[in-house]
Design a protein around this ligand. Structure first.
Ligand code: PLP
Length: 238
C-alpha cells in the first residue's frame, strides 16, 4: 500500500467534505453535479500544494492576483485550465492571457477593450465574465448593475472574446439571507440582459459562490463556484 503524504491526505479530506456539502446544496436545489464547475482558488498555498489538485481530479484552478497566476501557471502542468478571478489591471492583461483561458473579473469597459486587443494580438479567444457589483459595497469591484444594459449593447464589438456570463460576490458582512438575494439579483440581471445581447453572445455562466456562501449561490443557479479557504484548511500557506 502506498502511504499518502499528509498534505495530500488533508487535501483529499477537505475536497470530500466540500463535495458532501455541495451534494446537499445541489440536492435541495434539484440540480445535478454536472451543472456546476468548481474552480479551486489556490491563492493560499504554494505551487507545490496547488500541483496536487489535478491528482484529485481538479483541473480548473484560479488566482486572484495576476502575478501569482503567472507564477503558478509556469510551475504546474499544462493540463490545468487557469481562471483569473481577481481584479485585472490593463497593463497585466496581455501576460495573463498567455496563461489564463478564463477571465472572471472584467469590471470596466476599458479592460474589455484591452482584453479584446490583446486576445487578437495573441491569437487566443478567452472566455470572459462581466463582474457586477451586486453587494453595492464600495470596496467591491465590478460594473454597476444599472450600467449593464448599456454595456451589453456593445458586446458585439469585442470580436476576439467569448463573453459568456456574469460574475458577482456577495457582501462581506451580509447575512445568508442577504447573500441569497444578492445572488438572485445577479441571476435576474443575467436573464434580463440575455434578451438585449447581440445574437452571438450567450450569458450562460453565473460565477458566484465562495467557501462561505456557495450553498446560497447553488440555490440561485450558480454554474461556476470559486472555492479557496475551505479546500486548504489545515494546510500551511507560504
Ligand atoms: C479568494 C477568492 C475566492 C475564494 O474565496 P474563499 O472564501 O477562500 O473560498 C473566490 N473569488 C475571488 C475573486 C477571490 O479573490
Amino acid at each position: 500500500m502506498v502511504v499518502e503524504s499528509s498534505v495530500l491526505a488533508t487535501l483529499r479530506a477537505n475536497v470530500q467534505r466540500f463535495e458532501e456539502q455541495l451534494a446537499e446544496a445541489l440536492h435541495q436545489a434539484g440540480r445535478r453535479r454536472e451543472e456546476v464547475l468548481v474552480v479551486a482558488v489556490t491563492k493560499y498555498v504554494s505551487p507545490s500544494v496547488a500541483a496536487l489538485l489535478p491528482q484529485l481530479g481538479w483541473t480548473h484552478l484560479g488566482e486572484s492576483r495576476p502575478q501569482e497566476l503567472w507564477r503558478k501557471a509556469q510551475a504546474l502542468p499544462s493540463e490545468v485550465t487557469w481562471h483569473q478571478v481577481g481584479h485585472l489591471q490593463r497593463n497585466k492583461v496581455r501576460r495573463t492571457l498567455r496563461h489564463a483561458q478564463w477571465i472572471h473579473s472584467a469590471d470596466r469597459w476599458s479592460v474589455l477593450e484591452q482584453l479584446d486587443r490583446d486576445a487578437q494580438a495573441l491569437g487566443v479567444r478567452p472566455r470572459v465574465l462581466l463582474q457586477v457589483n451586486i453587494s453595492q459595497e464600495e470596496t467591491k469591484g465590478g460594473f454597476d448593475p444599472r450600467e449593464m444594459p448599456q454595456v451589453v449593447q456593445h458586446l458585439g464589438e469585442l470580436a476576439s472574446l467569448e463573453i459568456c456570463g456574469l460574475m458577482g460576490m456577495s457582501g462581506l458582512r451580509a447575512t445568508p439571507q442577504e447573500r441569497l438575494r444578492q445572488f438572485e439579483l445577479l441571476r435576474n440581471l443575467r436573464d434580463e440582459l440575455q434578451k438585449q445581447c447581440p445574437p452571438q453572445v450567450e450569458l450562460r455562466e453565473l460565477s458566484m459562490g465562495m467557501s462561505g456562501d456557495f450553498p446560497q449561490a447553488v440555490a440561485q443557479g450558480a454554474t461556476i463556484l470559486r472555492i479557496g479557504s475551505m479546500l486548504f484548511e489545515g494546510l500551511e500557506s507560504e
